[in-house]
Design a protein around this ligand. Sequence first.
Ligand code: PLP
Length: 396
Amino acid sequence: MISPVLPSYARAPLSFVKGEGSWMIEADGRRFLDFGSGIAVMALGHGHPALVDALKAQADKLWHTSNLYTVPEQVALAERLVEHTFADTVFFCNSGTEAAELAIKMARKYWHESGQPERSTILTFDGAFHGRSMAAISAAGSEKLTKGFGPLLEGFEHLPFGDHDALRAAAAQPHVGAIMVEPVQGESGIRPLPDQCLKGLRDLCDEHGLLLILDEIQCGMGRTGRLFAHEWAGIAPDIMLVAKGIGGGYPLGALLATEGAAKGMTAGTHGSTYGGNPLGCAVGAAVMDEVTREGFLDEVNRKAGLLRQKLEGLVAAHPEVFDEVRGAGLMIGVKCKVTNTDMVQAGYEAEVLTVPGGDNVIRVLPALTISEDEIAEGVARLDAAASALERQGAPA
Ligand SMILES: Cc1ncc(COP(=O)(O)O)c(C=O)c1O
């Protein structure tokens, strides 16, 4: 018999009842070190006092008004995002998928308004992940996401990761209007796009007048050590997708755009009942205040260096379990030689949480606020988990 909750996830038999910073407490009282942050959502850890206060204060005032009216918390958060990024304007939604959906609509509308509606095709890359809506799975294109869900949405061309000739040829086609890419691919196993590739993409977009859409849903909001990952390459997109960390656990997504890219999105062209709801925006503003606080990102970079060093040591100590460490900032993938889900499972037994990803990787995505001691403790627990697998002689 089907379970009351649709069985679309393979869930671990763990039920958490409380979170404290980088710790999650299971119903039976066990304390797990959280190296997963709810898949890069809990940017400031669990129960951060500034976020709890912001949510409680807003809950006491007003929960929802609709977008028929000006929402002051929305304006305040949009102003912060505009101040700290390339963007001129922001649309708020409830998830990353919705931000991706709007990016696709916005790119099409841009070309419609520009008198070239035929430029509706968006180039995307192997291993991409932009969410689970029909547009998002069509954009990503992998069989894993799309099988059984056809017919897919038209208007995407999928390119191999890193094939510059194929990319240059595709971008020159007259029906192409945009390129959409994650600066660091998350779901496919933490695959960072080198800075020079991101610069090359920007140049290619400029050469052909294409819109550059960056999906920073997983890699943004300080995770790589800059507010947004593309800043490392010194470039700016035309459209950017943000979610996960910006809400610090409250469902919040955002699309950021330049005025030019957004020129087609006039009143009545797009909407969302809950998007930009006062509760989410109050929390989002508190997250932004923390992440943009003087010195915050310096600390992220310092801790990222420490974590990276410790994980390199872990890989060196367990060459039969692990292959390599990769990633950027506190968005790290440890490629396994054993099956990654076995490693994640062994982590559960050692009371440390990681997230499986593509390419046989475990993702290490701690809260940006994790302490040095917690980093050491988490890696020690992974070390114990790897030793346990070695003792079992886990098959590769
Ligand atoms: C890069 C990227 N894009 C889009 C999404 C979809 O976001 P959501 O699950 O909030 O709809 C995710 C979620 O994992 C993501 O990592």
